[in-house]
Design a protein around this ligand. Structure first.
Ligand code: NAP
Length: 494
């Protein structure tokens, strides 16, 4: 059911890190769009919190300027209506200052939905939650949202979960993974569970293998300080890629209720076959970009130069082969890859079906390609099914592979909402279906931790790859030694 204004009661959304990169690039534009769609009720307030000493007016000026930069055609009167809901409070978390001001701002509004969004360094998650508890700002109808990364390992994630759990109940904690808010990711569930067509084929008997690729063309872009402490495994695989894998591989949940979906995702994570040190060597590849060319052709610097460092063991690329040890997926490899400064910006899931058991067609008809379902998350969200048809025209039977292609932008002439719009709406409504539960996060670390430990004990640096390529050649070898290749749209027939 689409969001309806009358279903949303006035709320207070408190955004810690209101002057940060995520707030100005994603959160404020997403909230503006909700305003534009008339989905923010009269009286709802957005309270931006950061360290710098802004007045409400100064913050609104700052926000206005940033929104004009990030929105394509903002409407002046909607923008002003939106800005008028925003006020600003200065809190210095490190110095423990400003909490009284925040308490005063929230006083008298205890009965409405109160949502805290922690868009700040993860080091502040614990201290902010503790301070919210100490100042009695956690109400019955309250929620807290935290951004990735949730911990740097299973141990630190558990500690963080416990610290937050001491103040908020699990059904008040929204661990955001914005990939889950993408239209196509939700469409993956619709495709699987709203059609009779796919589910009978969705298993080892019919699927040869699955690929999940999240490729970026950008480098670390001024976020090198954070990135160098994380790397691609912690920044992308532990959360986004494993979450996508869960949605592809999970059993049909009982319903779309948050815990039904999350129970099924958890079973997938628990069934991931752990990699011992020898299989880390054979089943994973870590790389780091060297200088090269951007996707537009200009020269780009190496990771080390971007970072301004002489050396770093941090991986900017990961490829891995995973196995899910259960009845549905036994023997079906899942190949994943993600990296920065790759050849093309693309995120997609590829379901490669098995070959036909027997061909009735003569050799002159041409080669039979197996069916393939490609679910594109970005840049052009859509679904494509590769099928075999008879090539048109007289003469002998000739077979041709063609795509049944559906681009969502073309199919629906509506604006494609950003994932944060959907997720912010869910936070206000209290719907946790698209948010990670504590046990999921910890189960994902259980698979990731041994790999990180093995890499940390290996003195060899990550394999270098030239910026603007598809990563180290060993990532190509990882899949090709199984007689398979990474999907590349440009090599597909049309
Ligand atoms: P950022 O640009 O570095 O912003 C940090 C924010 O924290 C600023 O608003 C800053 O306020 C505030 N801050 C710093 N020290 C503070 C203190 N002592 N007390 C109170 N506030 C303080 O960070 P970001 O990139 O927006 O990231 C925010 C969170 O989102 C992080 O957890 C990050 O890992 C996660 N995340 C970010 C992205 C992204 O694309 N940026 C993507 C995914 C996840 P002042 O400006 O007043 O100093």
């Amino acid at each position: 059911m689409p969001d309806k204004l009358e279903d949303i009661a006035p709320f207070d959304l408190v955004v810690f890190g209101g002057t940060g990169d995520l707030a100005h690039r994603k959160l404020l534009p997403a909230l503006y769009h909700r305003e534009q769609d008339n989905l923010i009720p009269e009286g709802a307030r957005i309270i931006a919190v950061s360290r710098r000493p802004f007045s409400d007016e100064q913050y609104r000026d700052w926000a206005r300027e940033n929104l004009k930069e990030h929105l394509s055609e903002p409407c002046d009167h909607i923008l002003e209506r939106f800005l008028n809901r925003i006020c600003y409070v200065s809190v210095n978390v490190r110095e423990n200052l400003g909490w009284q001001d925040l308490s005063a701002k929230l006083a008298g509004f205890e009965n409405r939905t109160r949502a805290f969004y922690l868009s700040v360094s993860p080091d502040f998650f614990g201290p902010i939650c503790a301070a919210l508890g100490e100042h009695n700002l956690v109400t019955e109808n309250c929620r807290v949202t935290i951004e990735k990364p949730i911990g740097k390992s299973g141990t630190t994630a558990r500690l963080l979960n416990e610290t937050i759990g001491a103040v908020f109940k699990e059904d008040q904690i929204f661990r955001i993974d914005h990939y889950l808010g993408k239209e196509t990711v939700q469409n993956l569930m619709a495709l699987r569970f709203a059609n009779v067509l796919f589910e009978p084929l969705w298993n080892a008997a019919h699927i040869d293998h699955i690929q999940i690729s999240v490729a970026e063309t950008l480098g670390v872009e001024g976020r090198g300080g954070y990135y160098d402490t994380a790397g691609a495994m912690r920044d992308m695989v532990q959360n986004h890629l494993l979450q996508l894998l869960c949605l592809v591989a999970m059993e049909p949940p009982e319903s779309m209720a948050a815990d039904s979906v999350r129970d099924e995702k958890l079973k997938v994570l628990k069934a991931l076959k752990p990699l011992d040190p020898a299989s880390v060597e054979t089943n994973t590849v870590r790389g780091q970009y060297r200088s090269g060319a951007s996707s537009e052709g200009g020269a780009v610097k190496s990771y080390l130069d971007d970072l301004g460092a002489k050396s770093s063991q941090t991986e900017t690329f990961v490829a891995a082969k995973l196995e899910i040890a259960n009845w549905r997926w036994a023997g079906v490899p899942f190949y994943m890859r993600t990296g920065k400064r790759l050849a093309k910006r693309v995120s997609e899931i590829v379901i490669q079906f098995r070959q036909l058991p027997h061909s009735i067609f003569p050799a002159t008809a041409g080669q039979l390609a197996s069916n393939k379902l490609v679910i594109r998350l970005q840049p052009d969200e859509g679904v494509k099914m590769q099928v075999m048809i008879k090539a048109p025209g007289p003469g002998n039977m000739r077979l041709k592979e063609v795509p049944l292609d559906m681009s969502f932008a073309e199919a629906f002439q509506v604006r494609n909402p950003d994932a944060y719009e959907r997720l912010l709406g869910d936070i206000i409504r209290g719907n946790q279906t698209l948010f990670m539960r504590r046990d999921e996060v910890e189960a994902a670390w259980n698979w990731v931790d041994p790999i990180l430990e093995q890499w940390a004990s290996d003195p060899r640096p990550p394999r270098g790859y030239t910026a603007g390529t598809w990563g180290p050649s060993s990532s190509i070898a990882l899949i090709e030694r199984d007689g398979r290749t990474w999907h590349d749209d440009e090599n597909e027939c049309c």
